[in-house]
Design a protein around this ligand. Structure first.
Ligand code: NAP
Length: 481
């Protein structure tokens, strides 16, 4: 069992209190590197969720000043930084990523609270510069209401930080539901939230698998916004479930990122960027390259360099020194990556890096060897579906037009990457890519300052930047003679 000063209470948090667990309804938290149960947390249901929403709705009636919000956000960012090592350790235990990566996630999560602490003044009322109808017009930014924040396991802290920081700056009251696979970093965060002086009901934590919790959030009339990060299939279910209740949705969904390397690109740089982009979190990130398009003239050189780097990855328990890639989250994830590799090889692809995966045994970690395949063609599963694992499939292309068409041939539109020495080429290609985030000679993902989100089936709404606040505010205009 995991021990931590930040995990004194293994419970949800409603209306300013830790909620005692119901001993009959619990779920284990498994360390994916060892298969061990590291905690048992309560499973909450409709009653607890409704209580959390009611508490949030009550607190919403007392607005917080802009200055107060700034203090909460800054204080939480500082506490997260102060506890970065411990928060990182908790993330590594429940997610499996290497400790340094987990600590970097804490820094990243804290950066959103810090960024929005610096943005509160944008929510001050504004006067229109014109005076239509000879009236004075004031524009106010009101909190949109109770916000339900539902997050995935792949960045247990950061995915929540993006939403919660924006919701707090907008003065919303929140009900937070983390993935039942990784609830511990959220419990730890709430032990810090307790210290920043939020009024009871401002932030509530409900634990357990979706089911009753998500049904209650979709149906409760006081919930005005549901901000969800997760799979496209669940995003579609939320659209259907909330339609009769007309709730505002912000959806950060799946991806199928193309990583395009033209033959004039700096190959070493492109390989370095792909390594950082693709194998972080064992390839379980929505922004990571899912398809690697390499122009024919440099395909051999690129593949050799990439294979050498991939073979140097040290796979193992993220708590051990020197480990650079952890396990996959569970057996289901392992089976999906294996299916993509097997499907490609059965259709003629060649493994140029990575061993044949070893079937995980019960009560052991699900480690998948980082793999590079060549000879990938358009009909293979790994091209058409998000692998969410450490597989880099290389697809060769000849022309600019061909690669633009291939890159866009997906229902997803989250992230893409273009490597070229030519600014003219980049200026031609990038506007034609239907993706919300396009790295130009970089594999970097989102940051607190920049609005990030998807096109097409990757969702709608943006997180980060001033746009990240939009989902959590109602704009009210007040004309007066
Ligand atoms: P998921 O299965 O969709 O789960 C995400 C969250 O939704 C979890 O808290 C889950 O709870 C909950 N959930 C499950 N079924 C639900 C339902 N019917 N109604 C409401 N909520 C429900 O996704 P995941 O496996 O955790 O995450 C991986 C996916 O997230 C990938 O597709 C990835 O690309 C995407 N992602 C996108 C972004 C982005 O910024 N666009 C960022 C990160 C991840 P329980 O599992 O506890 O039941």
């Amino acid at each position: 069992m995991i021990r931590s000063a930040l995990l004194k209470s293994m419970n949800g948090y409603i209306d300013g209190n830790w909620c005692p667990a119901d001993a009959d309804r619990t779920v284990p938290v498994i360390n994916p590197a060892t298969g061990e149960t590291i905690a048992i947390v309560p499973v909450m249901g409709r009653d607890e969720t409704n209580r959390a929403v009611d508490a949030a709705a009550r607190t919403l009636k007392t607005p917080a000043s802009i200055e107060q919000r700034r203090k909460w956000l800054s204080r939480l960012a500082d506490l997260m930084t102060q506890h970065r090592d411990e928060l990182g350790r908790i993330i590594t235990h429940e997610h499996g990523k290497p400790l340094a990566e987990a600590q970097a996630e804490v820094d990243y999560a804290a950066s959103f609270f810090r960024y929005y602490a610096g943005c509160v003044d944008h929510l001050q009322p504004k006067q229109l510069s014109e005076r239509p109808r000879n009236h004075t017009w004031t524009v106010y930014y009101r909190p949109a209401g109770v916000a339900a924040l539902i997050t995935p396991w792949n960045f247990p802290l950061a995915m929540l930080a993006k939403k919660f920081s924006a919701a707090l700056v907008a003065d919303c009251c929140c009900v937070i539901k983390p993935s039942s696979k990784t609830p511990l970093s959220m419990i730890a965060l709430f032990s810090l939230i307790e210290q920043i002086g939020l009024p009871p009901g401002k932030a509530n934590l409900v634990l357990g698998p979706a089911g009753e919790i998500s049904d209650a959030l979709c149906e409760h009339p006081a919930v005005r916004v549901i901000s969800f990060t997760g799979s496209t299939s669940v995003g579609k279910k939320l659209i259907a479930k909330t339609a009769p209740h007309l709730k505002r949705l912000a959806l950060e969904l799946g991806g199928n990122a193309p990583f395009i390397v033209f033959d004039d690109a700096d190959v070493d740089h492109a390989v370095d960027q792909l390594m950082a982009n693709k194998f972080r979190g064992a390839g379980q990130t929505c922004v990571c390259a899912n398809r690697v398009y390499v122009q024919q003239g440099i395909a051999d050189t690129f593949s050799e360099k990439l294979a050498a780097c991939v073979n140097a990855i040290k796979v193992g328990n993220g708590m051990e020194a020197g480990i650079t890639m952890g396990p996959l989250i569970d057996r289901k994830a392992f089976d999906k990556v294996k299916r993509h590799v097997d499907d490609a090889i059965s259709q003629g692809a060649v493994r140029v890096a990575g061993a044949v995966p070893i079937e995980p045994q019960p009560n052991q970690g699900c480690f998948f060897p980082p793999t590079v395949l060549r000879g990938i063609t358009a009909q293979m599963e790994c091209v058409n579906d998000e692998t969410f694992g450490p597989l880099a499939p290389i697809i060769e292309f000849q022309s600019e037009a061909e690669v633009i068409e291939a890159a866009n041939r997906t229902e997803y539109g989250l992230a893409a990457y273009v490597f070229t020495a030519s600014d003219e080429r980049a200026a031609r290609v990038i506007p034609r890519l239907s993706f919300g985030h396009v790295g130009h000679n970089t594999g970097s993902g989102p940051t607190a300052e920049a609005p990030f989100g998807g096109m097409k089936h990757s969702g709608f709404g943006r997180e980060g930047g001033l746009e990240g606040i939009h989902d959590f505010i109602e704009t009210q205009t007040v004309p007066r003679p």
